[in-house]
Structure formats: structure tokens, C-alpha cells
Design a protein around this ligand. Structure first.
Ligand SMILES: Cc1ncc(COP(=O)(O)O)c(C=O)c1O
Length: 405
């Protein structure tokens, strides 16, 4: 395993050599891609491009080997029991839609309750709403404390209503707050609920050991953990995946088709309709192996150092309303500049080559609760440096001076 050296790590990402002016602090939206991931994708297209599973020719067999090896590597990286528990899809949103759709045709029935949290991304709200309303399933929501952490007392109360499913984010995409999943998942299981973890933000910071978490489903997107766009993972325990009705039909997901009946293939193919994202799968496997080649704890410490430096600097800028707490934080700080619109602040930062995001971050219920138009979000990755922190603070100070002059 490589010792973590931030400069050496950063050098693996060609973006920073091509675009040296940018201070990239929009990592919660998407991360840059290291050379090994670019090489793996390019190698597939240059040397083995072919469709998988169906071809009689050797190129197709070679592509199938690369694709299935990617599945096995990803299964190993997240500690799945077997590769068949790893389903390829286009991202966290697609995975959550598949779970919500798939459980409404058997597992969830009218009058059942499910439990989400007030910190969820729309991708972990809307798919449930789409089906719950139609099927008479009730959605309850875990509220927040005044420090914007999940209210554990309220959670205990809501669990007494015996939800059949609890679906939680591992890390808040707005605040960076880390959900205390081990205890919350255990409590959900104690009342017999199926558990879903939205790992879109968590995978890159905390990683996923799905056997240790012992969740029924875990989803994430490749592009937020140094992999390509258009690829994501729906992990499920075999028994949980078997409960899902396929959302999409066609291609490799069938066993037999006639006009009167279709029988489905076995897992994982049953939930992978059409030509799968082959290059994406290969790129994602390479990204996860890249992460795992570094010491996770050293990466977490480096990000915590950046966060501490950033918070220290924020103290010197007057008029800020900081929403994120620096503890149990995966490297995201959301804030506002007095009553200024977050988009105006983000635009002024953009003019100084600081890439952040301003808005509601696909978490409208959270901002509606606070009666805020959104926030400016600074999200850090291990390739960020103390120099990035200093430059972004300087740019923010300047933006505040312009807006409040
Ligand atoms: C917590 C969380 N869940 C789900 C998603 C959706 O991910 P994707 O757009 O890659 O499907 C995001 C994206 O920002 C996210 O932050």
C-alpha cells in the first residue's frame, strides 16, 4: 500500500496539469479521473472493444473477461460476498429507482411505512414518492437537530412505527455530515426493516464494506469516486436482489421470451437490461483499485487537515452563515454570505477560477426547512492542497467584499 503524499496523489490526475489555474472544490458533484482510470478505458476501446456475453468471436470473449473481471474486482473492493451481488447500472439515481420500483411489486404493500431522512438527495426521495403514492405506502422522515444532524431520538420514535424499509445517505451531499450508519442500520434491522444505503458521497471518503455495514442494498456512482460517468453500482444481498422486479426489460436479462410470457435470467443479469456500460465498468474497477492502493486513514487525515485550515480561515471572514459542522464531516462545507444569493457568490468565485457549487444541491426539502434559497458548497478531495484552501479563502473574502460593499 502506498503512503499518502498529496502532491504525488495530485500528479496522477492529468486535469491539474492541463488546467493549472483552476482550484477545483466541486468534488461532491464529480471528481477528476486519475491516469490509471483513463488508461483502463482507453485500453478497452483500443485493444478489446466488442460487445459482451453474446459474441462467438474471441474479441467478444476478451471483452467479457474484462467486464466480468471488473465485476469481481468491484465485489472485492466493497467486500461483497460474491460478484453476482454487484449489478451494473448508470449511477446512484438509476440504482435507487430500480430498488424503489422493484420493491413495490411484492415487498411493499398499501399501508406499509418506509423511512427516509431530511438530509436525503432527491435521488433518494423522488423514486420512493413515484411509487409510494401510487401503491399507498407511507413515507416518514427523520428530522434534523438544530446542528443539522439526524435526530436520533426522533429516529427511535419513528422505528416504533415498524417501517418495512429504511433508506439513508452515508454522507450528506449538502453538509458533508457523516451518518452514524452502523448504529442506525442495526436499529432498523432490529425492527425488521430492509436497509438501503445511498453511498454516492460516502464511497470515496469512507469506502464501503457491505458485509460490515450489513445493509441489504448499497448504491454509488462511478464519477464521484474517480471513475467515469454513466456507470454506477447497485449492490444487494442475494436475497434482497431476488425480491426486485426488474425496472428495465430486454437484452441479457431474459431466460426465455414469447409473446405470452418472459422468464428472467439469473442474477446479476436479471437486473442488467441492454448492452451494459462495459468501458464504464472497467474504468470504475480501476478507480476503486486506485483508491484502495492508498492508505484510507491517511487520506481522511489529509482531508481533515484541509477542512480545519478552511474553517480557521472562515473565522476571519465576517458575515458568513456556516451550515456544515466540522466534526463527523467528510470534507464538505456549505455556507451563505449574509442574504446574498448563493449563485451570485459561486459566480464571483468562478471568476477567480474557484469551482464550487451554489444552489439547493438536489436537497430542496432541507433548504425549505431552513427557509434558505440554497448555499455555496465547497467540497474537498485528497488532491486538494493547503494552497487551494488559501486561494479559495482569498477568493471568498474578495467575493464577500464585493457583495457587501
Ligand atoms: C447523496 C447523493 N445521492 C445520489 C446522488 C445522485 O447521483 P448520480 O447523479 O450520480 O446518479 C448524488 C449526486 O450528487 C448524491 O450526492
Amino acid at each position: 500500500m502506498l503512503a499518502f503524499n498529496p502532491q504525488q496523489f495530485r500528479q496522477q490526475f492529468p486535469f491539474f496539469q492541463q488546467q493549472p489555474d483552476w482550484i477545483y472544490l466541486d468534488n461532491a458533484a464529480t471528481t477528476h479521473k486519475p491516469q490509471p482510470v483513463l488508461d483502463a478505458i482507453s485500453h478497452f476501446y483500443q485493444a478489446a472493444n466488442s460487445n459482451v456475453h453474446r459474441g462467438a468471436h474471441r474479441l467478444s470473449q476478451q471483452a467479457t473477461v474484462l467486464f466480468e473481471q471488473a465485476r469481481a474486482d468491484i465485489a472485492q473492493c466493497i467486500n461483497a460476498r460474491q460478484p453476482t451481488e454487484v449489478i451494473f447500472c448508470s449511477g446512484s439515481t438509476a440504482a435507487l429507482n430500480q430498488i424503489a420500483f422493484g420493491l413495490m411489486h411484492g415487498y411493499l404493500k398499501a399501508g406499509d411505512r418506509i423511512l427516509l431522512s431530511a438530509l436525503e438527495h432527491h435521488a433518494n426521495i423522488v423514486p420512493w414518492q413515484l411509487h409510494c403514492q401510487r401503491h399507498g405506502v407511507i413515507i416518514d422522515v427523520i428530522p434534523l437537530t438544530k446542528e443539522h444532524h439526524l435526530d436520533q431520538q426522533a429516529y427511535q420514535q419513528l422505528l416504533t412505527l415498524k417501517p418495512k424499509l429504511v433508506s439513508l445517505t452515508q454522507v450528506s451531499n449538502v453538509l458533508g455530515h457523516i451518518t452514524p450508519l452502523p448504529q442506525m442500520l442495526q436499529q432498523a434491522k432490529a425492527v425488521g426493516a430492509l436497509t438501503v444505503v445511498d453511498g454516492a458521497q460516502g464511497i470515496v471518503h469512507l469506502g464501503a464494506d457491505v458485509q460490515q455495514l450489513d445493509c441489504d442494498f448499497y448504491v454509488f456512482s462511478g464519477h464521484k469516486c474517480y471513475g467515469p460517468t454513466g456507470i454506477g453500482i447497485l449492490y444487494g444481498k442475494q436475497a434482497a436482489l431476488e425480491q426486485l422486479t426488474p425496472l428495465l426489460g430486454g437484452g441479457e436479462m431474459i431466460a426465455e421470451v414469447s409473446f405470452s410470457h418472459t422468464s428472467f435470467n439469473q442474477l446479476p443479469f436479471r437486473l442488467e437490461a441492454g448492452t451494459p456500460p462495459i468501458a464504464g465498468a472497467i474504468g470504475l474497477a480501476s478507480a476503486l483499485k486506485f483508491i484502495q492502493s492508498y492508505n484510507k486513514n491517511n487520506i481522511i487525515l489529509h482531508k481533515q487537515d484541509l477542512l480545519n485550515e478552511f474553517y480557521q480561515g472562515l473565522k476571519k471572514i465576517p458575515g458568513l452563515d456556516i451550515l456544515s459542522s466540522p466534526v463527523h464531516n467528510a470534507g464538505i462545507v456549505s455556507l451563505n454570505v449574509q442574504a446574498e444569493h448563493p449563485s451570485d457568490v459561486a459566480s464571483l468565485l468562478d471568476q477567480q477560477y474557484v469551482a464550487v457549487r451554489g444552489g439547493k444541491h438536489c436537497a430542496m426539502p432541507f433548504f425549505d426547512q431552513l427557509a434558505l434559497p440554497g448555499a455555496v458548497r465547497f467540497s474537498f478531495a485528497p488532491y486538494n492542497t493547503s494552497a487551494d484552501v488559501a486561494s479559495s479563502l482569498q477568493a471568498l473574502k474578495q467575493a464577500v467584499e464585493i457583495l457587501t460593499a
